[in-house]
Design a protein around this ligand. Structure first.
Ligand code: BES
Ligand code: MN
Ligand code: ZN
Length: 492
């Protein structure tokens, strides 16, 4: 959807959105439209349950077109997140309404929470985020089932400033969309090699992109990552993306993603029911890719690296077995107890490579790592772990600022020792209880003293229901939090 900004006024065509406060109190433009329509707005509100409660909506058809009344409540606390929710709600409400264009009037003078221009920019941002669709593989969609809304104009005093503020947000949305596209692609289309090709395309955005194949990874000694891909006919890849927007020679910050393009479980095969979901087991890598695109898109003043380990976990005559012992790039050996605990093996080598090659300020890894995380926190909060309190605080502040939920989980020796093996340095799967925590402890063995956080996004990467700014399907969850983390703490 196209998002534009313009002066306040009644549009010549399309729908208009006007704010209404509690007790059906119309805005100045609302009063005007009410008069012009012979009191249609007032009578429609009276005939319905619409009172102006926050985010309530009512469509009124006047002789000059649709007026969508939007509840502002008591007008307090209308901050950027509130505006994004409103933009998304409007976009979704009118998407298939028959309207092709909508103009949203931001008549408020602004309060402590946000200036009118900032509110306008975030209304546009919310609408854009919600309007995302993945229709690539639909060939028989009927005209009447396709969305009609193609353009939103947000009207506000100071629309030039709003447009400028929006440009940065749009760059982040492009990153979110890349992440959503990647997790939505089917696994016969998106596999390590084709995925790496897509990421090569990010050179056009200004990123440096380098792809390592199996030969190079063998030379580096990445036995943990390679063991996972061993049963697949698809070649494993490691993709390194670099954004150099900071000072030359400044230590980079690093993001590492699990990119299991399909997770069958391997020889420890998963049950058939729901296995198709495991196409989005590359969700962590998708967020890293989307974040790198966003940083490049808004020319962030930071040096950042994004590293994704791309593999396919398949059962096969050549597949890794439970009982195998592999040697990771770090030299530490790992006894494979369960071939379905593959993500940590990929990350072990990707983290170590990142640590040694880039000596980053910090490392954050993202992974759809454990079903246990969904049991613990549902699909509401992402559980994250951190060996550094400052990084942890920055993380939770950033998530809060963009309206994505995170919850810190514990690490500790009691958990860590559950990953000790009888015959190797560690094993890849511990007891069932505390499964997300022991997985994090496993990863911690590959980060030495580097400030590090692990985000287990198993419950967040995919959603089966619509949310105000996130349509169901691939969510791109995390791109916005990490962009905000960078923006608020590591630029300039
Ligand atoms: N990719 C899965 C985790 C997962 C499951 C993510 C469902 C999203 C939805 C991961 O590779 C896995 O299979 N983990 C195992 C670990 C266990 C074998 C120690 C799990 O969670 O059961
Ligand atoms: Mn698995
Ligand atoms: Zn997996």
């Amino acid at each position: 959807m196209k998002i534009a900004f313009g002066k306040l006024g009644f549009p010549k065509k399309g729908a208009i959105v006007l704010g209404v406060m509690d007790d059906r109190k119309l805005s100045p433009m609302g009063e005007e439209a009410d008069k012009a329509s012979g009191g249609l707005l007032t009578s429609s509100m009276k005939a319905s349950r619409f009172t102006g409660k926050a985010h309530q909506t009512l469509s009124v058809f006047t002789p000059t077109g649709r007026v969508l009344l939007y509840g502002l409540g008591d007008g307090q606390g209308i901050d950027t997140l509130w505006c994004e929710k409103a933009g998304g709600t409007i976009a979704a409400g009118l998407a298939g309404s028959g309207e092709t264009e909508v103009a949203v009037a931001i008549e408020s003078r602004g309060d402590d929470s946000a200036s009118p221009e900032l509110k306008a920019a975030h209304v546009g941002y919310g609408a854009l985020l919600r309007s995302y669709r993945f229709d690539k593989y639909r060939t028989t969609l009927k005209a009447e089932d396709k969305p009609t809304l193609v353009k939103m104009t947000v009207m506000v005093d100071g629309h030039t400033k709003a447009r400028r503020l929006f440009a940065e947000l749009e760059a982040v949305a492009e990153g979110v969309f890349l992440a959503r596209d990647l997790v939505s692609e089917p696994p016969n289309v998106l596999y390590p090699e084709s995925y790496a090709k897509i990421l090569q395309g990010l050179k056009a955005d200004g990123l440096k992109v380098q792809v390592l194949g199996e030969k190079e990874m063998e030379k580096l000694g990445m036995g943990a990552l390679l063991g996972v891909g061993q049963g697949s006919t698809r070649e494993s890849k490691l993709v390194v993306m670099q954004w150099e927007g900071g000072k030359k020679g400044d230590q980079p910050i690093a993001f590492v993603g699990k990119g299991v393009c399909f997770d069958t479980g391997g020889i420890s095969l998963k049950p058939a029911g729901g296995m198709e979901d495991m196409k989005w087991d590359m969700g962590g890598s998708a967020v890293v890719s989307g974040l790198m695109k966003a940083l490049a898109g808004r020319k962030a003043k930071v040096n950042a690296v994004g590293i994704v380990g791309l593999v396919e976990n398949m059962p096969d005559g050549n597949a890794q077995r439970p009982g195998d012992v592999v040697t990771s790039m770090s030299g530490q050996t790992i006894e494979i107890i369960n071939t379905d605990a593959e993500g940590r093996l990929v990350l072990a080598d990707a983290l170590w490579y990142t640590l040694k090659k880039f000596k980053p300020k910090f490392m954050i890894d993202l992974a759809t790592l454990t079903g246990a995380m969904m049991v613990a926190l549902g699909q509401v909060n992402c559980g994250y772990f951190a060996n550094d309190d400052e990084l942890s605080t920055n993380m939770s502040d950033a998530a809060k600022a963009v309206g994505e939920g995170v919850w810190r989980m514990p690490l500790g020796e009691e958990y860590n020792k559950m990953m000790n093996s009888d015959i190797a340095d560690m094993k890849n799967a511990g007891p069932r209880f505390g499964g997300s925590i022991t997985a994090a402890c496993f990863l911690e063995r590959f980060v030495e003293k580097c400030p590090w956080s692990h985000m287990d996004i198993a419950g967040m990467a995919w959603s089966s229901k619509d949310a105000p700014t996130v349509p169901k399907g691939g969510t791109g969850w995390g791109v916005r939090t990490l962009d905000q983390l960078v923006r608020a703490n590591y630029e300039g």
